[in-house]
Design a protein around this ligand. Structure first.
Ligand SMILES: Cc1cc2nc3c(=O)[nH]c(=O)nc-3n(C[C@H](O)[C@H](O)[C@H](O)COP(=O)(O)OP(=O)(O)OC[C@H]3O[C@@H](n4cnc5c(N)ncnc54)[C@H](O)[C@@H]3O)c2cc1C
Length: 362
């Protein structure tokens, strides 16, 4: 098969790698001049990343053993979890190199422009010319605003994005622990984060649907952080109604909105989604059906997000207080957030007072 992947992010390159490895002619079109730049991501991965059996030396920045959760009232709780922090430029480059080594062509400075019948028009900005291609398969891995999904009429009218802003800051940090901060004054609905790269450097940010910059500035000020460099980007809110295929075009990654709505982590679920898509293309399986296990997890994250959206500061204080018990800590140590179902069920079983929050479910 002759396959065009639009978007040279990690998910497009991973799908391109797997398809090239299976003997297909793959070309990956990336609109920026360099893979992995500009960075628009914190780079946190849960230990579920281990399932992909990929060497991490080239992109790993730090490994955490604890997550600290801060309630607005001042109480905090520490959860023992192994997590990874990666450099997104090196991470994306790693996946691009995997694809290249299997024979995929990667064309930077090449931007998908429009669809004309079965043809795609690509702008080569290096030579300032348009090129027409007619691939058998098109993989839209072009991020949260996906021009390809739009051109195929796939971009659902109800799609919404969060906006995340983060800065690198210097200070004194415990490099084994990253922190999250909740509360109406900090970041309504979502959260702020302080994720150390080392004992002296951290990535600090907030994500919201509106007034992101205002909350970001207030958070930096409160913690006396001076930004050394700022990054920002859109993060899709998972939309269950989002179709994944039209004609010969398949959506994957942020283009399909597959991001955990609770934490805004998109990398681990979308790498899994890319594996499923490739398996479907290689073996004639139905993508929409095969991706259902990932979809179910995304759906539960979204339900939890809708509950958190209605949280008051009192609710956050209560939640952190309930989590601060050994039996709940044990549940949170045993399961990563990739699959929230066992966390929700076991937490409700061990601490029936969690039922209180279900009032926000409707
Ligand atoms: C501030 C912030 C923090 C985040 N933190 C985390 C985190 O800690 N952990 C986590 O798991 N996720 C995080 N995310 C989400 C994560 O960045 C995404 O889920 C992930 O990048 C999705 O990968 P992707 O390959 O689908 O899309 P992208 O990484 O967005 O890649 C899409 C690529 O397509 C290219 N492209 C776009 N349009 C065109 C076009 N017309 N033609 C050709 N190429 C095009 C883009 O330049 C880009 O390179 C964060 C996001 C933000 C904004």
């Amino acid at each position: 098969m002759n396959i065009a992947v639009i978007g040279g992010g990690p998910i497009g390159c991973y799908a391109g790698y797997l398809l090239a490895k299976a003997g297909n002619a793959v070309t990956i079109y990336e609109n920026h001049p360099q893979i992995g730049s500009p960075i628009q991501c914190t780079g946190l991965l849960t230990s579920d990343f281990d399932q992909f059996n990929l060497p991490m030396e080239s992109f790993l920045v730090n490994t955490f053993s604890h997550i600290q959760v801060h309630a607005p009232g001042g109480e905090s709780t520490t959860i023992n979890q192994r997590e990874y922090l990666v450099c997104r430029t090196k991470f994306d480059t790693f996946f691009a190199e995997l694809a290249r080594k299997e024979g995929a062509h990667i064309l930077v400075n090449h931007s998908f422009r429009r669809k004309e019948g079965k043809n795609l028009v690509i702008k080569d900005s290096l030579h300032n010319q348009e090129v027409t291609i007619t691939p058998d398969i098109v993989i839209a891995a072009d991020g949260p605003l996906s021009p390809t999904a739009k051109a195929y009429g796939l971009y659902h009218a109800q799609r919404q994005n969060y906006y995340g802003i983060q800065a690198t800051v210097s200070g004194n940090f415990d490099s084994t622990t990253y922190s999250t901060y909740f509360g109406e004054q900090v970041c309504p609905g979502l959260f702020a984060w302080v994720v150390p790269e080392s004992a002296t450097l951290a990535r600090v940010g907030v994500g919201t649907t509106k007034n992101t910059k205002q909350y970001f500035d207030a958070f930096l000020k409160k913690h006396n952080f001076i930004p050394l460099g700022i990054q920002a980007g859109a993060i899709p809110i998972y939309l269950p109604e989002q179709e994944l295929q039209q004609e010969n075009c398949y959506l994957v990654g942020d283009a399909s909105s597959y991001v955990k709505a609770t934490t805004l982590g998109g990398l681990v679920p979308a790498l899994k989604q890319a594996e499923i898509l490739v398996d479907c293309l290689l073996h004639g399986k139905e993508y929409g059906r095969q991706v259902q296990p990932v979809r179910s997890k995304m759906g539960l994250h979204l339900k939890l997000r809708r509950i958190f959206d209605k949280f008051s500061d009192t609710d956050w204080n209560r939640l952190v207080h309930y989590i601060n018990q050994p039996r709940i800590q044990k549940v949170l140590e045993t399961h990563t957030r990739e699959n929230p179902l066992p966390i929700v069920l076991k937490s409700l079983l061990w601490e029936p007072r969690f039922m209180y929050f279900l009032k926000h479910a409707w």
